[in-house]
Design a protein. Structure first.
Length: 109
C-alpha cells in the first residue's frame, strides 16, 4: 500500500480533486480530506489585528488588512494499492493545484 498526501490552498480545489478521484474509481474509504485551519490557524496578512493600534489617517483597510490567506490548509490523502495507482492519483490531484506535502517524495506534483 502506498499513501499519497497532497496539500491545497483552497478548500474547493481539494474538494474537486477528491471528487475527481472518486469519479476515476478510487474507493471512498481510500480517499480522505482534512482541513487544518481554524480562527487561530496560520495566516499571511494582518487580517486579525492590522498594523496600527489606533485608527488614524494611515490606518487604511488596504494597507492594514488586505489579502489575508491561509495557505496549505487542506490535505487530501489517498491509499493506493501500488505505485502505478499512486502515480495516477498524484496526476489527478495535480490538475487541481495540489502540492506535495513532502517535496523529497517520489510523486511530485
Amino acid at each position: 500500500m502506498t499513501e499519497i498526501v497532497r496539500l491545497f490552498d483552497q478548500y474547493d480545489h481539494a474538494q474537486r480533486a477528491r471528487d475527481a478521484l472518486l469519479a476515476e474509481g478510487f474507493p471512498a474509504d481510500g480517499v480522505s480530506m482534512s482541513i487544518a485551519n481554524d480562527e487561530a490557524g496560520p495566516m499571511e496578512g494582518n487580517f486579525a489585528v492590522g498594523n496600527l493600534p489606533v485608527e488614524s489617517e494611515e490606518h487604511t483597510y488596504d494597507r492594514n488588512y488586505a489579502k489575508p490567506t491561509m495557505p496549505e490548509q487542506c490535505m487530501v490523502t489517498v491509499q493506493a494499492p501500488d505505485e502505478q495507482v499512486a502515480a495516477r492519483a498524484a496526476t489527478i490531484m495535480a490538475r487541481f493545484g495540489a502540492r506535495d506535502a513532502d517535496p523529497a517524495a517520489r510523486y511530485l506534483s
